[in-house]
Write a protein that binds this ligand. Structure first.
Ligand SMILES: *[C@@H]1O[C@H](CO)[C@@H](O)[C@H](O)[C@H]1NC(C)=O
Ligand SMILES: *[C@@H]1O[C@H](CO)[C@@H](O)[C@H](O)[C@H]1NC(C)=O
Ligand SMILES: *[C@@H]1O[C@H](CO)[C@@H](O)[C@H](O)[C@H]1NC(C)=O
Ligand SMILES: *[C@@H]1O[C@H](CO)[C@@H](O)[C@H](O)[C@H]1NC(C)=O
Length: 392
């Protein structure tokens, strides 16, 4: 009796341990979703170059409408179709969609990274959603001469399961003109700790969307006005154009592994509301650099902090890829807006069309009155000390 109950306890423990490990394996999985790169062969093999007329199957995905698996090298109307990664991707026809359900942690914020390419349509746009949240992502602007870009979008998990849907909103005369999608990954985001000596949250941009180590194009962050649900914790993308999140493996980054590259002039604005004390003096410092992507000079940014605005030109200093800038302001309220945009509309010197721009990193805002009080205190101690010496 005793033995068997011990054994059953052991069994129960092992089962709990097994499920605990299993659950963490599912929940802790940042990176590609199941068959997120569309490289898993369907049970009857990948379709040949001929457009499949029957119904197709894509492992791990639910399909609706005209969905097609495309392979690299495949041609359409004399043009080779773009496959962002590996040798296969998916194309969505008019109003077609793909979806997948996966396990998430209720209440957490997740960021979805995916690669998208335009084909022949003029006004391509995608609806990315995890109902009830959704966002329309405009694929009209070509940010990159390669014809595709990675994008990121964030959602808050309202249940333990998320149904991720990609839908082509296009209604083209030619139904084969829909967008191509590839390399879909998710990442659970962490709210970075509020630093003691810096009012800016995630000012070093180290926390952000999933980036593939082997993808060299950065990740575009489209407009996102929600300061709680964002792929870049703390920050909002206010403008109607995207900005580019870059990594140190493929770009020059002033500090750490990540930074922001501002694109499209005034049409690409990042901002944050920082906590301040009214009528107190503050200093904002940040790094301004180039991304090492052959961006055509000159480069400059407009930096805003409260009612102060400053136009700062990037002036490369010897061998450094960045310079440190500062801006002083007096807070007028308990929350002060800081913001940045690129003054020029820059493109790369090698292809003359890929968008690029100045890099911003390591943004700090602090109460600058504190330092003066600190010095005054030290000075007082010094004079008391001198007085003691003289009198002694
Ligand atoms: C990057 O690696 C992922 C995972 O190994 C793969 O699915 C994807 O196709 C690769 N992307 C590129 C652009 O090579
Ligand atoms: C995008 O899809 C979601 C649900 O998947 C839907 O609620 C929303 O209305 C769609 N948005 C547009 C612009 O079609
Ligand atoms: C700049 O780099 C070159 C070559 O790496 C080196 O010789 C030179 O001393 C550097 N200059 C400064 C100011 O660091
Ligand atoms: C801001 O104030 C600091 C110290 O008070 C000063 O060194 C710096 O030059 C000021 N910055 C600007 C842009 O005026």
């Amino acid at each position: 009796m005793v033995q068997s109950s011990t054994r059953s306890k052991w069994f129960a423990c092992s089962v709990i341990l097994f499920f605990a490990l299993f659950a963490t394996a599912i929940l802790g999985q940042d990176g590609l979703v199941a068959n997120g790169d569309f490289e898993t062969p369907p049970s009857n093999g990948f379709p040949s170059d001929a457009i499949a007329d029957g119904s197709i199957e894509i492992p791990s995905w639910k399909l609706r409408g005209t969905v097609e698996l495309v392979s690299s090298g495949q041609k359409q109307g004399g043009m080779i179709l773009i496959v962002p990664g590996g040798t296969h991707a998916v194309r969505l026809g008019n109003d077609a969609e793909i979806s997948q359900v996966f396990t998430v942690e209720k209440g957490s914020i997740y960021s979805v990274t995916f690669s998208a390419a335009r084909t022949c349509a003029q006004l391509e746009s995608l609806n990315v959603s995890v109902p009830p949240a959704s966002q329309t992502i405009d694929l009209q602007t070509l940010y990159n001469v390669q014809g595709w870009d990675p994008y990121a979008w964030a959602f808050e998990a309202e249940e333990d399961q998320a149904n991720l849907i990609f839908r082509n909103l296009g209604m083209e005369d030619d139904p084969s003109c829909g967008p191509i999608i590839d390399d879909i990954a998710i990442k659970k985001l962490f709210a970075p700790d509020k630093p003691k000596d810096n009012a800016v949250l995630n000012g070093d941009f180290e926390e952000g969307p999933w980036m593939f180590r082997n993808v060299s194009l950065g990740v575009l962050l489209p407009t996102n006005l929600d300061e709680e649900i964002t792929s870049l914790p703390g920050w909002t993308v206010e403008s109607n154009r995207a900005v580019r999140y870059i990594d140190s493996y493929h770009f020059s980054v002033p500090e750490g592994k990540r930074a922001m590259e501002l694109l499209s002039g005034k049409e690409g604005i990042i901002s944050q509301m920082v906590e301040t004390t009214p009528n107190k003096p503050y200093t904002m410092t940040f790094s301004l650099g180039h991304a090492g992507d052959k961006c055509k000079q000159p480069m400059a940014i407009m930096a805003f902090a409260g009612d102060q605005a400053q136009n700062i030109h990037y002036t490369p200093d010897s061998n450094s890829t960045f310079q440190t800038c500062n801006l002083n302001f007096t807070a007028k309220a308990e929350r002060t807006r800081i913001a940045f945009y690129s003054v020029y509309y820059n493109t790369r010197t090698d292809d003359m069309s890929s968008l690029c721009g100045p890099v911003v990193d390591d943004v700090r805002v602090w109460f600058s009155g504190a330092r003066r009080i600190g010095f005054a205190g030290v000075g007082l101690v010094f004079w008391v000390f001198v007085l003691v010496l003289v009198l002694g």
